[in-house]
Design a protein. Structure first.
Length: 266
């Protein structure tokens, strides 16, 4: 993950999962709520083939949403909100929540309204139990609930490891044929596994990995934009700039300037 710099101003805290859940969960995060009108931050949420479960406790009655966006989205967060988020790795929600990513587009789904999975009642019961707790206590309750679900998945361990290997390799590859060759897997098999368990195509997964590498390189290295483009497998800087703009809604130069400014002007 490349955490949003604006989250620091909102006092967002992130927690890494315990080792058993780490293959399926990127992190937990909380925005604790400070009352009043609140500071607002407008932030881009970039797709990476993962998905998110977000619990909004600001109004007393929990509003729980699930999203698996494939395009960059812009959202506004406020410091007076009380939010808990679980960010899943690719295939994490497929295994832990039994949600088929092929069902979801680029909008949020509300539990109890748009979406009522088999575990809905169990999760709402959990919400009742953890509501009186502190935010960190609520996260601990959600961790325990997810760990309990993981205990039922031992029989699928081999297939889960296969998908994790595909995702890891996709971040290093610049083309689908390269990925297939590295994995010793034909394109049809790769397509079927990714569509069923992650909800994206091999080309989309590779593009997410290339854009993550590009974003990281622009922020954390002094490499020129042309060198970053070459490292990420683009034909030339113009091709890279067009692809980066489609993905992030801004050019590589403006992205680097904005992020570097956020880092050094605090």
């Amino acid at each position: 993950m490349i955490p949003a710099d604006s989250f620091k101003a909102l006092h967002v805290q992130t927690f890494f999962p315990e080792p058993r859940l780490r293959p399926w969960i990127q992190c937990y995060w909380i925005l604790g709520g400070q009352g009043g009108v609140g500071t607002a931050a407008r932030e881009k949420l970039y797709p990476d083939a993962g998905s998110s479960l977000t619990i909004d406790l600001s109004a007393g009655q929990p509003v729980i949403t699930f999203t698996s966006n494939r395009v960059t989205k812009v959202e506004v967060f406020r410091s007076n909100q009380q939010l808990i988020g679980v960010r899943f790795n690719p295939s994490g929600s497929f295994y832990l929540l039994d949600l088929d990513p092929q069902m979801f587009g680029d909008r949020q789904y509300v539990l109890g309204g748009d979406l009522q999975p088999a575990w809905y009642r169990s999760f709402m019961s959990l919400m009742d139990r953890i509501y009186p707790l502190t935010m960190s206590g609520r996260v601990a309750g959600i961790r325990s609930w997810l760990t309990h679900r993981l205990q039922k998945l031992d029989a699928q361990e081999r297939d889960m490891r296969t998908i994790q290997g595909i995702v890891a390799q996709s971040k290093l590859m610049n083309s689908v044929p390269q990925l297939c060759e590295q994995l010793g897997m034909n394109r049809r098999t790769l397509e079927r596994k990714l569509r069923r368990q992650i909800g994206v195509s091999p080309a989309e997964l590779i593009q997410f990995g290339r854009m993550y590498r590009a974003r990281y390189g622009l922020i954390h290295t002094p490499a020129s934009i042309g060198d970053v483009a070459q490292d990420c497998g683009f034909f030339d800087q113009a091709h890279f700039t067009r692809a980066f703009r489609r993905y992030t809604l801004e050019t590589p130069g403006s992205y680097r300037k904005r992020k570097v400014s956020q880092i050094y002007n605090k």
